[in-house]
Unconditional design. Structure first.
Length: 120
């Protein structure tokens, strides 16, 4: 059995269940314990053996992209004392087409097969 190395994180939703907090910023950037929610999701990836994470996003997720692209996650890992032990996975953003599907989790999975291919 092959080891799973790739993960998909659906992050394209509007966060309507978290209204009004998610009206101001993406739900993935809402703080929990002083860190954005996405921190815990991406932190768990290497701990689970994942090397690559595909984050499916929609419009309006600029702060999420910035946090992950500009090394904020690595900075947070260093502050936690995890920088030497845990390396953030390779992150690829996948844009979900606007209005493409009424079932966002399903659409997130439809967006990535060509990228993930048959690799586990």
């Amino acid at each position: 059995m092959q080891k799973v190395k790739k993960g998909v994180v659906p992050a394209a939703g509007l966060g309507t269940r978290l209204y009004p907090m998610a009206e101001v910023q993406p739900k993935e950037m809402l703080p929990i314990g002083g860190r954005p929610m996405i921190y815990y999701t991406v932190l768990e990836a290497p701990l689970s053996g994942l090397e690559e994470v595909y984050i499916v996003v929609s419009e309006g997720k600029d702060s999420l992209r910035r946090y992950l692209e500009q090394g904020e996650l690595d900075k947070d890992l260093q502050e936690q004392g995890e920088g030497g032990r845990i390396r953030s996975p390779h992150i690829t953003f996948v844009d979900q087409p606007v209005g493409s599907c009424p079932r966002p989790y399903f659409q997130a999975c439809v967006c990535v097969p060509e990228i993930v291919k048959c690799d586990p």
